[in-house]
Design a protein around this ligand. Structure first.
Ligand SMILES: C[S@@+](CC[C@H](N)C(=O)[O-])C[C@H]1O[C@@H](n2cnc3c(N)ncnc32)[C@H](O)[C@@H]1O
Length: 738
């Protein structure tokens, strides 16, 4: 949210319009047989030039890709599909129930997607494009020369350069096959079976490949191959442990654990095996099992300092996970060092649970009473796309939807590939993602076929578009500078090109303009805190976008993408208020702003009178409906009085502005009748509320010193709500007061 719709009009992106028109025009040729307008040599030559270009200019301009209309991944096994040849293909057609066997005949290259030229058994050739491939995997490991692939339900498309090609949108719609695979045509099975290497030889080859960082090849063409060649028990253990290491290196954590556990069951596990197991468990964030695995080793070897540190690391994570206790300064330290800022911390899900939320679908609800500032959750992202536009090798990605005439830029595009890869490697996450809100998209409902996970690109795309959050590197740095400079909205709009992430539990939080919780970020951790005192079983709401006094229609437009219209008290009141009152309010807001700008030390009456008239335009109690236009103006006045050093006036308008946001505050007026300042009820949280409390505290220092500390304590709670933590409050507070 904040960014959800990162669509940009296409008209200003040079060259894209023509390519898009070409793609749309090709729709008219749907169903026509594939014809070759270019010789094999011509196609190869063009590919080689494009490859050279991709190698020599890897970081120039935007990378552009065109997305097709959604279609489901194949859910049938190869045994239920019919083999076809390239000449059987039809243009712009999804060949359901069919598969192709293709061999890569040139080295591949990558722009956004990995591309190469492939041939079929008849020797016909075509461009093959694999979307959403692992960025960390070398081109040659994905589409190396000589590799054989089986492509399920191929889609033949007109490419944006006017040629025809096969694009594989779903990573589960293809697989590499070995030369001895039953699917491999006889004529491509060059080596007779007796020449096949023994299990030990496969193991040696695997280790050599792993040394060259070719872990994917080591897994599939060596270790897995070796396991199929009647290994002895010892060879089997070695192959599995080596494969587990390669799985670990490539983030296939579930497979890495399975291999280790299968060896563990065979004999009394050695310490090294348990250490490897613990390492995988840690990465899987299974911290209880991690500690349980390491504890016996630490007991056996109490002087082993390294082991003690490892165990302590797990205990620290458990304290975070189970008690929600974080050393936030450590999180900030890591953020400065790690790129992407994926932090070494655990998820805490506090007193909240997912429940039905009427017309809003599901929502997140409190499970017990919480106070303003309390931690509801601190969650690690399932996936984070970190975009650093200032990095020297920054290269934007543009995903063009020709049908809708829009393009998506930035993190959201990268996140799609990150999530697809994550699910393919760790399939137990597939149901977690499929359960997230996906609007009217119909998932295929099949999780595995041919022993491989079914990963639906278009489902994930939909889930991301409805659930991701834009995230600054840290909210403290992003917002805090803004709060002191009083230009909050400028920074927020910059999020458009930026980083974003997907969080499992936070995704269930529905929107309200009248929020009762606030989210913030440190690296890939989202922190959600209550911004009001909440009774048990209260639905938690954050704002997908910030409401403003006059932005009602624009705000509702932003929600169209999510398929709802906000019916919170603020929006309802906006709709119920007659046009004349809106016009009057806007006129008075403009007049008050102007007058406050002109205000001098001695000439204050006119501005105050306008603010008074503005206040009279609101009839519903601020407790029920926060008065956004009025709060802004009253706060501006308090700020102006701070320039003229009028503490009584700052207090008067500071308190009034908070009341306009629905705060009920007892005992803060000047002259002071009580030594206690108490927030009886918290109102709408806005970032500038923090500055308001700081101004109040500063003013009390001069006119009611006994209230200074109490106002500062409320500033601290506000800081905790908005920034996510209060460890850095004291330093920030000093800056706030400057
Ligand atoms: C991030 S999801 C929130 C969780 C979602 N309600 C669910 O059932 O999984 C966003 C979707 O929730 C729904 N939603 C969020 N806030 C809403 C609101 N104030 N009114 C109606 N629907 C809302 C919309 O369908 C929106 O696309």
């Amino acid at each position: 949210m904040d960014l959800k719709d990162m669509s940009v009009p296409l008209s200003f992106i040079q060259g894209v319009m023509e390519r898009m028109e070409m793609i749309l025009a090709a729709q008219a040729q749907k169903g026509q047989p594939l014809t070759w307008t270019e010789s094999r040599e011509g196609l190869l030559m063009r590919h080689i030039f494009s490859r050279l270009n991709a190698i020599s200019k890897p970081n120039v301009g935007f990378r552009t890709a065109f997305v097709p209309q959604a279609y489901p991944p194949c859910t049938l096994p190869f045994s239920a599909l019919t083999k076809i040849m390239l000449k059987d293909l039809r243009l712009e057609t999804h060949h359901k129930g069919k598969y192709l066997i293709l061999r890569c005949i040139v080295p591949s290259y990558r722009l956004i997607n990995v591309m190469s030229i492939v041939e079929d058994e008849c020797g016909d050739v075509i461009m093959l494009t694999l979307r959403h491939q692992d960025e960390s995997r070398s081109w040659d490991e994905i589409l190396g020369c000589g590799m054989i692939l089986a492509v399920k339900e191929p889609y033949l498309r007109r490419m944006s350069d006017g040629t025809n090609g096969i694009i594989v949108d779903h990573v589960s719609n293809y697989k590499h096959i070995s030369m001895k695979d039953n699917l491999t045509p006889d004529r491509w099975q060059e080596r007779p079976p007796e020449c096949y290497e023994k299990a030990t030889t496969c193991n040696i080859t695997g280790k050599e490949l792993a040394k060259e960082n070719m872990h994917f090849s080591a897994i599939s063409s060596s270790y897995t191959e070796g396991l199929s060649r009647c290994p002895t028990e010892e060879e089997l253990c070695t192959l599995k442990l080596n494969r587990s290491e390669a799985y670990f290196m490539t983030d296939h954590l579930e497979s890495a654990l399975l291999d280790i556990e299968s060896v563990e069951k065979m004999s009394k596990p050695e310490d090294n095996l348990l250490l490897d197991k613990a390492r995988v468990l840690y990465e899987m964030q299974k911290f209880r099992e991690y500690c349980d695995t390491l504890k016996p080793l630490a007991v056996k070897d109490p002087k082993n300092e390294e082991l003690r540190k490892k165990l302590q690391r797990g205990i620290d994570r458990l304290i975070e996970q189970e008690r929600g206790r974080y050393k936030f300064s450590k999180l900030y330290d890591e953020v400065t060092m790690l790129r992407p800022p994926v932090l070494d911390h655990a998820t805490y899900i506090g007193p909240v649970a997912v429940k039905s939320a009427d017309h809003r679908g599901r929502g997140l609800f409190t499970t017990k009473e919480v106070k303003a500032g309390d931690l509801l959750l601190c969650e690690k992202a399932l996936g984070l796309a970190f975009v650093d536009t200032s990095a020297p090798n920054y290269r934007g990605t543009l995903l063009v939807n020709a049908q809708q005439g829009t393009a998506t830029i930035g993190g959201q595009v990268d996140l799609l590939t990150i999530m697809i890869q994550k699910l393919q490697k760790n399939p137990s996450l597939i149901p977690v993602i499929s359960e997230l809100h996906h609007g009217s998209y119909e998932p295929v409902g099949v999780s595995f076929v041919d022993d491989a996970p079914v990963v639906d690109t278009f489902l994930i795309e939909k889930v991301l578009s409805l659930n991701i959050f834009a995230c600054p590197l840290t909210t403290r740095d992003c917002w805090f500078g803004s709060i002191t400079k009083n230009d909050v909205r400028i920074n927020k709009s910059n999020a458009k090109l930026g980083s974003c992430g997907l969080w499992k539990v936070a995704s269930y939080i529905n929107h309200s303009c009248n929020i009762n919780a606030q989210r913030s970020f440190i690296g890939d951790m989202i922190i959600v805190r209550a911004s009001r005192d909440l009774a048990p079983d209260t639905e938690v709401f954050t704002g997908y976008d910030m409401p403003s006094a006059d932005g009602y229609d624009e705000l509702q437009k932003k929600f169209q993408h999510y398929g709802f219209e906000c019916d919170c008290a603020i929006c309802q009141d906006y709709r119920d208020t007659d046009k004349e009152t809106h016009i009057k309010r806007n006129r008075l807001i403009a007049a008050a702003s102007e007058e406050i700008e002109r205000l001098t030390r001695s000439k204050t009456a006119k501005a105050e009178a306008i603010v008074e008239r503005l206040a009279a335009c609101y009839t519903k109690p601020a407790l029920e409906v926060p008065r956004l236009g009025l709060w802004d103006i009253q706060f501006q006045l308090a700020e102006k009085y701070s320039i003229y050093f009028k503490p009584e006036k700052i207090v008067e308008f500071g308190l009034k502005s908070l009341e306009s946001l629905g705060y009920v505050i007892q005992g803060g007026e000047i002259p002071c009748e009580s030594v206690t300042l108490k927030v009886i009820q918290w109102g709408l949280m806005m970032p500038l509320v923090l500055r308001c409390w700081a101004l109040l505290s500063l003013s009390y220092h001069l006119v009611a010193p006994e209230l200074e500390g109490q106002a500062k304590a409320y500033a601290k709670i506000t800081y905790r709500v908005c920034i996510g933590e209060d460890e850095t409050f004291d330093k920030a507070y000093r800056e706030l007061l400057l």
